[in-house]
Design a protein around this ligand. Structure first.
Ligand SMILES: C[S@@+](CC[C@H](N)C(=O)[O-])C[C@H]1O[C@@H](n2cnc3c(N)ncnc32)[C@H](O)[C@@H]1O
Length: 400
């Protein structure tokens, strides 16, 4: 393994860490994308192992993942890398096992940096594992990862390529064979959902809000509410609304999404013994839906996609949220509920609540916040200040 010397002023307080060209003494020209190396600090007092990608567009050309003893070089390179990859996966899977009472079996099993390996995302479904690799250093050793997964789970592996993230690492995107899977099946709070492979978004299913869905269910049940007219906006495979139907909290759910989820919802309803009389699906743009709709609902669930992928688009994102939440607020009945979600990392919980508070004044609605939430613990975060904290959930009671 190559030895790369780091400049001595660097302080490494936590791992993994991403470094750039200014942090190294030699240059990386001789490194191939994804090459693993030993990184030396303070003349070898501290040694780290990690991988390099001189072509990373985001300038994060080094990823240090583990502190090692200097004698690591006595082992075969591939053995060292295999040990690290397997150790981190085993650790992450053990953590999910510990959390099983909260997260169940279907969940995110590995969450990139938060589980120690940048660019590695592993999701577990009832019938498959979905594997996403978004850094060159992991991509290069994909076989070690997939062999370990096959042995550990004994399930088919579906490779999901996030072309946006892979492009940043100059990695090609192509569909790899998915062992002829027709759908992914997920158990989300006892609701069985089947998503056809052709309709998959992100890595398949939005596990991140699962605990918020459960909390919302409990909240309605504790309030002894069960006969509600619900509007589920940006519904995707219908996880929010189908959960309310399955657990007898909703009388009727109106699902809206611009994607083609008709068949997914029919299959989900059938699998969960939900009558087709209890819901409808409108395939349309949510903003258009509001233009021609004056109905009011007991519950409006608004779980949109990220309105901004990077921070310079935040003003447009805020404008989008403003328009959207004004309409949502206007369509909730007196004494009804609004679920406001956001997965835009650059919009904080406080900003979101301020914006909704302002729109409530414009819409002449009075709000009480009943609950707050973030991503479920299979998307672990150690602090609210890093970029890993992206998901916000606010549950409102509209009292007038
Ligand atoms: C974050 S996901 C929603 C996740 C979903 N609520 C769940 O719990 O699984 C975003 C969804 O919004 C839909 N979408 C994005 N923009 C839209 C728009 N302007 N109108 C309607 N649907 C939209 C996408 O098709 C996608 O299904």
């Amino acid at each position: 393994m190559k030895l790369i010397k780091l400049v001595s002023k660097i302080k490494i307080l936590e791992l993994p860490i991403a470094l750039n060209q200014a942090d190294i003494r030699n240059d990386l020209k001789s490194c191939t994308p994804g090459e693993w190396a030993i990184f030396q600090l303070n003349q070898g007092v501290q040694n780290y192992i990690g991988f390099a990608n001189p072509f990373a567009e985001n300038k994060k050309i080094l990823r240090l993942v583990k502190e090692v003893k200097s004698d690591v070089s006595e082992m075969e390179d591939e053995d060292v890398i295999k040990n690290i990859l397997e150790e981190y996966m085993a650790e992450a899977f053990k953590k999910r096992d510990f959390y099983k009472g909260i997260i169940g079996v279907c969940c995110r099993m590995f969450y990139g940096d938060q589980d120690g390996l940048p660019g590695l995302i592993i999701d577990r479904y009832c019938n498959a594992i979905v594997l996403q690799i978004n850094t060159a250093g992991i991509d290069r050793y994909e076989k070690i990862v997939s062999n370990y997964l096959k042995k550990y789970f004994n399930l088919p592996i579906l490779y999901f390529e996030n072309s946006f993230l892979r492009k940043i690492e100059s990695l090609p995107s192509f569909l790899r064979s998915s062992e002829k899977l027709q759908f992914l099946e997920v158990n989300d709070n006892q609701v069985i959902i089947r998503i056809p492979i052709v309709d998959l978004q992100k890595a398949g299913f939005y596990f991140d809000h699962s605990y918020n869905r459960l909390k919302f269910l409990h909240l309605l049940r504790d309030l002894k509410l069960g006969d509600l007219q619900v509007l589920d906006l940006f519904c995707y495979a219908g996880a929010w609304g189908m959960g309310l139907l399955k657990h007898d909290c909703a009388r009727y759910v109106h699902f809206v999404d611009q994607g083609d989820f008709d068949k997914t919802l029919i299959d989900t309803a059938n699998l969960n013994s939900i009558s087709k009389e209890k819901y409808e699906f409108k395939r349309m743009d949510v903003f258009e839906f509001f233009e021609n709709n004056t109905d009011k609902y007991d519950v409006v669930i608004c779980d949109p996609p990220a309105f901004a992928k990077d921070t310079n688009k935040i003003p447009q994102a805020l404008e989008g949220y403003r328009k959207l939440f004004f309409q949502c607020l206007a369509h909730v009945k007196k004494n009804g509920f609004m679920v406001a979600a956001s997965c835009t990392h650059g919009v904080s919980l406080e900003e979101l609540s301020k914006l909704i508070g302002f729109e409530a004044i414009r819409a002449n609605r009075t709000l009480a916040i009943l609950d707050l939430g973030t991503q479920r613990i299979d998307h672990p975060i150690s602090s609210l200040s890093g970029s890993a904290f992206y998901l916000k959930y606010i549950c409102y009671h509209i009292t007038n």
